[in-house]
Write a protein that binds this ligand. Sequence first.
Ligand code: SF4
Ligand code: SF4
Length: 125
Amino acid sequence: MPSKTYSCETCPGFCCSYDEIFLTDADLARLGEHLSTDAEGVITRFTKYGMYKGKSRYPLMLKHKADKHFGTICTFFDTDLRRCTIYDARPAACRDYPHGPKCGYFEFLQFERRLQDDDTYVAVT
Ligand code: SF4
Ligand code: SF4
């Protein structure tokens, strides 16, 4: 597999602003252990419910909070350090993203930073 061409360490965390970060049962168990609670505790404190295939309250998605760059962002994101605070226990959806060696947002970000001649510029789509 080709090596990755993006760097999350220099990115403001655009993917964490996606509104729909779904949780599986395995994610709930992993998060529960990490946060010293159980699946129900994770659901109550950190998730919101959505609509999916006509069913309400399913699947579970991570709650959001306010973010100065992207409007809202995942409840587990540190908005000052621009980092995930539960990285080792993050959901499968976060582990899998961006599904290959390239990240579209990171390429866009690099392009904009070159254009603005500013390595700290935060591109919003
Ligand atoms: S948008 Fe891409 S580069 Fe930025 S944190 Fe997410 S995966 Fe990493
Ligand atoms: S759990 Fe972590 S990696 Fe996943 S969206 Fe939230 S802050 Fe980002």
